[in-house]
Design a protein around this ligand. Structure first.
Ligand code: URP
Ligand code: ZN
Ligand code: ZN
Length: 473
């Protein structure tokens, strides 16, 4: 692997913005400085581009069986699309089955990803039950597999849902072992009642997906999870926060000193309840959980990102074709597979709607799409920043390119784009993962299987970079 010297770009991190050259030697950044000597390096011209640390998407579901089908995007198409969108690392959710060893589930996820991923990846592990066998396996999962985040579903009754006892014991165990607990916070029992009632009343259209999962069920579950975290003196990360009710509960707990973090998604920041009302079953394209909300919730989410009450943005990529997969729910909204395709547009939507529209600063943007996830999920400072010794995961980003999002031009395998027709400003031009181009001048040049599995550090710990060479700027 040779050397590369990136010149003429503007480096932007969560804290700094400056013009400098970046020298890459092999997989890592070996020097950053003003007019570095080119010697034997290949020169890359980044004129007109920002250089961001590679995006880290902490929430994906690739090649995942769900709702009687399997997500359209697998680790190859999904990570390729992620790379086009400026994401160089994902953390995917490994599903477990009750009564079966955790190691079997993890092996299944390795088999799905190993030969396919074009960017780096790690796994979160779903916890559906806590018993002696699970407790015996968890230290190995955390220490040897480097899976340092555990996911509990408070919804999807009779599928993934765990009870409060399981959540509480997971929180206590995670505290002892150094893992971060993640929750899908919706009250699954209440949703179960409301959906049955809707179907009994003959209400079968996609909009009833949202009407049977109102903001109160998310707010209630978020508040409950926060209280249990406080009681366990543990740490919690709430995935896909969609509404003011949940933000309120997170802010309330944080203000009391509870260690609780919140993630939102580009869809909740830009799309709303009206999308589920689209005619000809088109509303099914927007069926995911939690559902889209009335538009006014968006401002609350933006403010929470700005003020730091929410800290990250995940895509919750979970794509199903409109034709043949979403259509399973024609005549019964509960049979529409839940999820949407967001992995490719996560970074660009946040840049365009956030930075360009003045809702967040460019440094907050970098923190939200990359740095904070690296810190929370045990990858910082190898990932999530631009520094000597860090992995050369870099995005050369044209901040002025105007374009329209569309299924006609996206790189996901799925047959629709949830942001179809949205005009945005900004585009990743070239993307490097550990020093190798995966996307170069908007062309895919990566290789299936080149993405590496990441064993992550325990929650709350970071390893320092080996600083071989530091140049002042
Ligand atoms: O509808 C969604 N979000 N599907 C993916 C699974 C989950 O709940 O995150
Ligand atoms: Zn979820
Ligand atoms: Zn999800």
């Amino acid at each position: 692997m040779g050397k590369k010297l990136i010149k003429n770009g503007v480096i932007v991190t969560a804290s700094d913005q400056y013009e400098a050259d970046i020298l890459i030697d092999g997989e890592t950044i070996s020097a950053i400085g003003d007019t570095l000597p080119s010697t034997d390096a290949e020169i890359i011209d980044a004129k007109g581009c920002y250089i961001f640390p590679g995006g880290i998407d902490p929430h994906t579901h690739l090649d995942m069986p769900f709702g009687g089908t399997v997500t359209k995007d697998d680790f190859e198409s999904g990570t390729r699309a992620a790379a086009f969108g400026g994401t160089t690392t994902i953390i995917d959710f490994c599903l477990t089955e009750k009564g079966k060893p955790l190691k079997d589930a993890i092996q299944t996820w390795h088999n799905k990803s190993k030969e396919k991923a074009v960017i780096d990846y790690g796994f979160h592990l779903m916890i559906g039950e806590i018993n002696e066998k699970v407790l015996a396996e968890l230290p190995q999962v955390i220490d040897e597999e480097g899976i340092t985040s555990l996911k509990v579903f408070m919804a999807y009754k009779n599928v993934f849902q765990a009870d409060d006892g399981t959540l509480f014991r997971t929180l206590i165990t995670a505290k002892d072992l150094g893992a971060l607990v993640m929750v899908h916070a919706e009250n699954g029992d209440v949703i179960d009642y409301l959906t049955k009632e809707a179907l009994n009343n003959g209400n079968t259209d996609p909009i009833y997906h949202a009407l049977t999962r109102p903001p109160e069920v998310e707010g209630e579950a978020t508040g409950r999870a926060a209280q249990l975290t406080s009681l366990a003196n543990s740490q919690l990360y709430v995935v896909h926060v969609s509404c003011a009710n949940a933000v309120e509960k997170i802010a309330e707990a944080r203000n009391k000193g509870v260690e609780i973090w919140g993630e939102t998604c580009p869809q909740y920041l830009t799309l709303d309840l009206s999308h589920l009302k689209r005619p000809n079953f088109e509303g099914a394209k927007f069926v995911w959980s939690p559902p889209l909300r009335e538009k006014w919730h968006q401002e609350v989410l933006w403010n929470a990102l700005k003020s730091g009450q929410l800290q990250t943005i995940g895509s919750d990529q979970c794509s199903f074709d409109f034709n043949g997969q979403k259509s399973l729910g024609k005549g019964d909204f509960t049979k529409i597979p839940n999820g949407g395709p967001m992995i490719e547009d996560r970074v660009s939507v946040l840049f365009s709607e956030g930075v360009k529209k003045g809702r967040i600063s460019i440094h907050q943007f970098v923190d939200i799409i990359s740095t904070r996830a690296a810190k929370l999920f045990g990858m910082f400072p190898k990932k999530g920043t631009i520094a000597v010794g860090a992995d050369a995961d870099l995005v050369l980003f044209d901040p002025n390119k105007e374009r329209v999002l569309s299924a006609a031009s996206h790189h996901m395998a799925v047959d629709y784009n949830a942001f179809e027709g949205m005009k945005i400003t900004g585009e990743p031009v070239s993307v490097l993962v550990r020093g190798e181009f995966v996307v170069r001048d908007k062309q895919f040049v990566g290789k299936a299987g080149s993405g590496q599995y990441l064993k992550r550090e325990k929650y709350g710990t970071t390893k320092s970079l080996k600083q071989n060479e530091t140049l002042s700027i």
